[in-house]
Design a protein around this ligand. Structure first.
Ligand code: ATP
Length: 269
C-alpha cells in the first residue's frame, strides 16, 4: 500500500503541480503532522482529497480587501536607474520603482532574472552597480530562507532580534507571539532545525516585522505555507498596507498580481 506522503505527492503531480513544489508540500505536510505526533491521514484526511483541496485553494485568487478613501503616503522606497553586475554578468539595468506608504509592489520574472538581488539592494544588503536607492530607515527584510539559527527556539529569536532593535526581552517575546497568532501559528519550545519549512518561514516573517518597520521586503515568503496560512499571509499584507506601510513582495504566483499596486517584471526588461 502507498504511504500517505507518497500518495499526496503523486496526486499533486497528477494535478499539474511542479515536481519540486509537490515534494516540498509533501515534506512540509508530513512534518506538520509529525510536529503534532499524529499520522498525516488523521490530520489532513485522505491524501488525494487534501491534494485537490490544496491545489484549488492555491490557484484561487485571494480577494483584496476593498480600499476606502485611499491616499498614498510618503515615498518609502525609491529606485532610479538601478543596475547590477556580477563580474561580466549584467543581471539587470535601468530599474525604476517608487513605493509609497499604503502601497504593495510585486517583483516578478523568470528564475535567475535577479529578483532576490534587487530585493537585497532595496534592503541595503547588496550594493547596486549603478543608480540611486532611497529608503526609509525602518526596513524589515524577510529572506527566502536562512536568517535564523537552527539551534535556537522561536522565542530565543524574538529576544535576539528584539534586542538588536532596542526592545526589552519581555516586549520582544509578547510582540513575537502576538504576530505569530496572526499567521495561525503558536510558537512551541522547538528549535528551528526541527521546524517544518512553512513554520520556519512564519518565524522569518515575524522576525521581519518585530520592530514595526515602515517598509517590508519579502522574498517569496509563503513557500511551504499551507493554504490557510497563504490566505492569512495576504490578509496580513493588506493589513500592513492599510496601516500605511509599504510592502514589496518577490513572487512567482501570477494570481497574486491583481492585488498589488505596482508590478515590476524583471524578465520583461
Ligand atoms: N553573490 C553573487 N555572486 C555572483 N553571482 C550572483 C550572486 N548572487 C546572485 N548571482 C547571480 O545573479 C543572477 C540573479 O540571481 P537572483 O537569485 O537574484 O535571481 P532570482 O530571480 O531571485 O532567482 P530565483 O527566481 O531562482 O529565486 C543569477 O544568475 C545568480 O547566479
Amino acid at each position: 500500500m502507498t504511504d500517505w506522503p507518497s500518495a499526496f505527492e503523486a496526486e499533486l503531480l497528477r494535478l499539474g503541480v511542479q515536481p519540486a513544489r509537490a515534494r516540498r508540500l509533501a515534506d512540509d505536510t508530513s512534518q506538520q503532522a509529525a510536529e503534532t505526533a499524529t499520522a498525516p491521514g488523521e490530520v489532513f484526511g485522505p491524501a488525494h482529497l487534501y491534494a485537490r483541496h490544496l491545489v484549488a485553494e492555491l490557484s484561487a485568487p485571494v480577494a483584496a480587501s476593498p480600499r476606502t478613501k485611499f491616499e498614498a503616503g510618503p515615498v518609502l522606497l525609491s529606485l532610479t536607474g538601478v543596475s547590477k553586475r556580477y563580474r561580466r554578468q549584467t543581471v539587470f539595468t535601468g530599474v525604476d520603482l517608487t513605493v509609497r506608504g499604503g502601497e504593495v509592489a510585486a517583483i516578478v520574472g523568470a528564475n535567475g532574472c535577479g529578483k532576490s538581488t534587487l530585493l537585497r539592494i532595496c534592503a541595503g544588503l547588496t550594493r547596486p552597480s549603478g543608480g540611486t536607492v532611497k529608503r526609509t530607515r525602518r526596513v524589515g527584510f524577510v529572506p527566502q530562507d536562512g536568517g535564523t539559527a537552527g539551534w535556537l527556539t522561536a522565542e530565543e529569536h524574538f529576544t535576539l532580534f528584539g534586542a538588536a532593535a532596542g526592545m526589552v526581552p519581555g516586549r520582544a517575546q509578547s510582540t513575537g507571539v502576538h504576530l505569530a497568532t496572526r499567521l495561525a501559528w503558536r510558537p512551541a519550545a522547538q528549535r528551528v532545525q526541527h521546524m517544518s519549512g512553512g513554520t520556519r518561514q512564519k518565524l522569518n516573517l515575524v522576525l521581519g516585522e518585530l520592530h514595526a518597520p515602515d517598509l517590508l521586503l519579502l522574498d517569496e515568503p509563503y513557500q511551504g505555507f499551507d493554504q490557510g496560512t497563504y490566505v492569512d499571509f495576504w490578509q496580513q499584507v493588506f493589513a500592513w498596507r492599510d496601516a500605511g506601510r509599504a510592502v514589496v513582495v518577490v513572487t512567482h504566483l501570477l494570481h497574486d498580481l491583481q492585488n498589488v499596486d505596482h508590478v515590476l517584471d524583471l524578465g520583461e526588461r
